[in-house]
Design a protein around this ligand. Structure first.
Ligand SMILES: [Zn+2]
Length: 237
């Protein structure tokens, strides 16, 4: 009986650790805050999203997206916006959507509600000051959510956005990134890529740029078109 109880308790701890793991990092988890990870599935649309910008390499990405006439969504960090203000403005004036990705790109777990709110509010302020756009979307750094995120999102009018597929573009070569994305292409998919590395200046994102340039025409040939995250979430678009 004692053994059974012990095993039961151990199983409970393992199960709740598993639950916390899902709650914090699961792409479909809305435990801490309302969050989406895919768009409307009734039309063949894909949303390209780029995190951790703007960076010194973002203008090259803007050239690629412009050449293919494709809109995207940029989840920016406040610190990067202050460093590359003109580039943030270029992203907005090219017609792309801009979301909030915190001010300094910390993991949000084990932080206070006030810390989390401040990180998000500072980024909101930087983005709005530089671009005139008030973000309505938020993506948590590393996809990590925590207590207090829900109230911060609510206070700032932000919807949490995860992803359908993550390109792992910070470590894979272009061919592998492209293959991951093409394999996961489906109606309403939200692709997560990066035009920066946290808040590090002058990041090397060449693999991402090359993959994006290959993937867009291949997806178009497959019958897909591209939408911003706000567009892809709307069923009547
Ligand atoms: Zn990030």
């Amino acid at each position: 009986m004692a053994d059974g109880g012990l095993i039961g308790a151990a199983a409970g701890i393992v199960a709740s650790a598993g639950f916390m793991g899902y709650a914090v990092r699961g792409r479909s988890s809305a435990v801490f805050a309302p969050s989406v990870y895919r768009g409307d599935r009734s039309r063949p649309a894909i949303a390209l999203t780029f995190d951790d910008g703007p960076s010194e390499s973002t203008p090259v990405l803007l050239e690629i997206l412009g050449r293919h006439r494709v809109p995207a969504t940029f989840f920016m960090c406040g610190e990067n916006v202050r460093r590359c203000t003109g580039i943030a403005r270029e992203v907005a004036s090219a017609g792309h959507e801009i979301g909030n990705h915190t001010d300094t790109h910390p993991r949000l777990d084990f932080h206070s509600t006030e810390f989390i709110y401040r990180e998000m509010a500072l980024a909101q302020e930087a983005i709005q000051g530089a671009t005139g756009q008030q973000p309505r979307l938020f993506r948590a750094p590393f996809g990590v959510r925590w207590f207090g995120l829900g109230s911060a999102q609510h206070r700032l009018g932000l919807t949490g956005v995860m992803w359908t597929v993550i390109g792992r573009d910070w470590r894979y070569p272009p061919q592998l990134i492209a293959r991951r994305l093409l394999r996961s292409a489906r109606n309403g998919a939200i692709f997560c890529l990066h035009d920066g590395r946290g808040v590090a200046p002058a990041p090397d994102v060449r693999a991402t740029l090359q993959a994006v340039d290959q993937v867009i025409p291949a997806l178009k040939e497959g019958g897909f078109h591209f939408e911003t995250v706000s567009q892809i979430l709307c069923p009547t678009n």
